[in-house]
Design a protein around this ligand. Structure first.
Ligand SMILES: [Fe+2]
Ligand SMILES: [Fe+2]
Length: 262
């Protein structure tokens, strides 16, 4: 069987600021759910976004070093605590010694369970989110709690107007199917819908996130799984999420929702 390895790709750039997708091996799909890793490079410094699980780390490291030296990685953004996000933490801290970890305050106390992590340099992201500076650029951690994790953030890069959407907009491809950019949105929906119905907790959380995101200038949405949305497909994605209806707890416990006084 031929294993297809995809090279890293610069999704957007302006001057010395780049938003990079860090490549993929289709063989990863044999081991676990396919994941996207990204990196923002700005002013000679870099931030890794959801660098991922243990078995993808070697590919991620090789991809990073095509653009920067490991010592230039000054920040790791973890959108939440899932194994496909934080699983390589031990390797990350070993190979990127100057990196400061940013993760929801809810998950900081869980990180030591990933191994011996003496002196871990962690910044707790408060529930309301925060700005994170790298290389003179300011990135914004935007709350996405319960979409799906109770402590979850998406990340907006205002320089190139890219929104890393974490598990929102995620697609799970069937075996043998993969593409980096969404071309036919209607076709793509079938790969997104089951994930959103079961993993996202509730419509209320989704609406709050959408309200926040619609106030930003977003040209590209880059999710942690599946394909990237550009231009008109960004609007289609946000409209689709808005019209999704019941998800997660609302579906699973539909019959037990209190009806109020009769
Ligand atoms: Fe997740
Ligand atoms: Fe995920």
């Amino acid at each position: 069987m031929s294993v297809r390895v995809r090279k890293p790709h610069v999704v957007a750039e302006e001057g010395d600021h780049k938003f990079v997708w860090l490549g993929l091996s289709e063989a990863d799909a044999e081991r676990g759910v396919l994941t996207n890793q990204y990196m923002i490079v700005s002013g000679g410094e870099a931030m890794l976004i959801d660098p991922g699980g243990y078995f993808v780390f070697e590919r991620v490291l090789n991809a990073v070093t095509e653009f920067v030296r490991p010592d230039d990685v000054v920040a790791i953004f973890y959108s939440h605590q899932d194994p496909d996000v934080v699983g390589s933490l031990n390797l990350v801290t070993e190979f990127f010694p100057n990196a400061r970890i940013y993760i929801s305050r809810l998950w900081v106390r869980f990180l030591p369970h990933l191994g011996a992590l003496e002196g871990l340099d962690v910044v707790e992201i408060p529930d309301e989110g925060m700005e994170i500076s790298i290389g003179g650029s300011k990135l914004v951690a935007i709350p996405a709690h319960f979409l799906h994790s109770p402590g979850q953030f998406t990340l907006y890069d205002p320089v190139v107007r890219v929104l890393f959407s974490s598990d929102i907009g995620a697609a799970v491809f069937p075996k043998g199917r993969w593409y980096l950019f969404v071309e036919n949105f209607e076709e793509h929906v079938k790969y997104m819908e089951p994930f959103h119905r079961r993993y996202l907790a509730c419509t209320r959380a989704l609406r709050a996130w959408l309200k926040r995101v619609r106030g930003l200038e977003v040209e590209i949405v880059a999710p942690q799984h599946g394909a990237i949305f550009v231009g008109e497909n960004v609007r289609r994605l946000l409209d689709w999420l808005e019209s999704l209806g019941a998800v997660g707890a609302e579906l699973l416990y539909a019959e037990t929702v209190p009806r109020g006084p009769r």
